[in-house]
Design a protein around this ligand. Sequence first.
Ligand SMILES: Nc1nc2c(c(=O)[nH]1)N(C=O)[C@@H](CNc1ccc(C(=O)N[C@@H](CCC(=O)O)C(=O)O)cc1)CN2
Ligand SMILES: Nc1nc2c(ncn2[C@@H]2O[C@H](COP(=O)(O)OP(=O)(O)OP(=O)(O)O)[C@@H](O)[C@H]2O)c(=O)[nH]1
Ligand SMILES: [Mg+2]
Length: 444
Amino acid sequence: MASRDLNENAAARETILALATGPVRSAVAILRLSGPASRFVLETIAGTCPDPRRASLRHLRSPTTNEILDHALVFWFPGPGSFSGEDMAEFHVHGGTAVIGAVIAAILDIPRCRLAEPGEFSRRAFLAGRLDLSEAEGIADLVDAETELQRRQALRQMDGALSTAVQGWRDRLVDCLAEVEAELDFSDEGDVPDHLADAVRPRVAAVRCEIAAALADGRRGERLRQGFTVVIAGAPNAGKSTLFNRLLQREAAIVTAIPGTTRDVLETSLDIDGLPVILIDTAGLRSTEDVVEKEGIRRALLRAEGADLVLALEAFDSPPQPSSWAAPTLRLWTKSDLRQAPDAFEGLAVSSTAGEGIAELLDAIADRAREALGNGAALVTRERHREALVTALAALDRGVELDKPPELFAEDLRLALRGLGRVTGHVGVEDILDRVFSSFCIGK
Ligand SMILES: Nc1nc2c(c(=O)[nH]1)N(C=O)[C@@H](CNc1ccc(C(=O)N[C@@H](CCC(=O)O)C(=O)O)cc1)CN2
Ligand SMILES: Nc1nc2c(ncn2[C@@H]2O[C@H](COP(=O)(O)OP(=O)(O)OP(=O)(O)O)[C@@H](O)[C@H]2O)c(=O)[nH]1
Ligand SMILES: [Mg+2]
C-alpha cells in the first residue's frame, strides 16, 4: 500500500513515547517509541543500538546524571518494516511506577521526543500505509475485547475481513466505471450504445446485492462490540438486586427486606459463553412521592425501554407489574423457594437464594444474546462503516436504474466508490481520523 503521508517530512517529525502496558504496578512494563529519534534514544539511554528485533539486556542510564535507572530488555525495530512503518524502539523495564517515571523523564529530556496521543502509533501506521482504517479499528477493538466473541470479531477485522470485502467491491466497480467511461470517451455525446450500460448494469447490481447483504445483519457487529443489555425490572422487593448479585456471583448491589432499597441504576458487564452481556439492576417500580425514588424509577423505565432484553420480575409478595414492555421481555417468577409459580404463569421460575432456575435463565439470556450478536463473523462493526456502506448502496441503487444516461451512471459509480473508500480510509478521511484514533488507548 502506498504511503499516505505526503505532508510531513520524516526528519522533522517528533518521536512519540508511551507506556504500552497498563498504568499499574506490574512485573514488566513496556515503553514504546516511534519516530526518527528512536535509534538516538536507544543509544543515549541504553548505550548502543541492539540488533533489529533481538532482545538485548542493558543498563538504562539517565543521560544527564549517568545514574543507572534500571536493567531492562531493549528492542530496535528499524522502519519501514516496523509496526508503525517508522523507526521504533521498546524498553521492557521493571514495572514499578518510579522506574517507569524515571525512564520516561529521561527520554522526554531528549529533543523532539514527546508523549504520544491516544491511537497515535496506529495513526502513524495508517499514514504510512501499514494498515487501513478498518484494520486499525480492529486493533482498537482487540485491545478493548472483553469476551471471546468480541476478540474473534476484532481479530477478523484487524486481519482485513472488512477491508478485503470492500476492496473487492471497489475493484469490481472500478472496472465497471472504466468501461462506462471508455465508452463515453469514444462515442459522440448522447450516443452511447445502450448495450454497454446493459452489460455493466448486472455486474453493478451483483455488487449492490453483496453490500446490501452485508448491511442486512441485524446490526450484529455493532451490538457485539457494545454488548447485549439486560435490564432487571419489577416491583420493589421482587428480588431484583438479589438476582443481579446471583448472576454476577458477587454482592454488587445492596439487598434488604425494605422495599425501595435500590434507587440508582447499577450496571455491570458479564461474560456468558463468550457473549458480552451488560446486566442492569434498577429501582423497584411503584407510584411514590419520594423525589429520589421517583428519579430512580424514571431512570429504570428509560433503561428498560432501550434494553435488548427485560427480565420482568414478579414474586408472590410483590404487586403485579405492567404486562408489556417496549423491549423483548422474559417473565420471571422469583423466590420460587418460598412459593411456587401459579399454574397460569408464563415464564421461568427462579430462586436466587436456592439457585433454582438460574442455569436455565443464563441459557435463555445466552440464546437471545447469541441471536442478536451473532458469532463474530459480521463485517460491519461500527456505525461509521454502516453510514459509508449505506451511502455507497444508495448511489448504486440510483445507478442501476433503467434508462439512466451513462454520464449519470458513471457519476453514481464514483459516489459509490467514494463511500467504499471511506470505510478503509482510502478517500476523504481527514475529517474522521481524529474521531477514529482518539478513541484508542494511549500506547496503541
Ligand atoms: N512487544 C511488543 N509486542 C507486541 C507488539 C509490539 O509492538 N511490541 N504488537 C504491536 O502492536 C503486537 C504484534 N504486532 C506487530 C506487528 C508487526 C510488527 C513488525 O515489526 N512487523 C514487521 C516485521 C515482521 C518480522 O519479520 O518479524 C513487518 O511486518 O514487516 C511487530 C509487531 C502485539 N505484541
Ligand atoms: N427466600 C428468598 N428470598 C429472596 C429471594 N430473592 C430475594 N429475596 C429476598 O427479598 C427481599 C428483597 O430482595 P431485593 O433483591 O433487595 O429486592 P429488589 O427487587 O432489589 O428490591 P428494591 O431494590 O427495593 O426494588 C430481600 O429480603 C431478599 O433477601 C429468593 O430467591 N428467595
Ligand atoms: Mg434492589
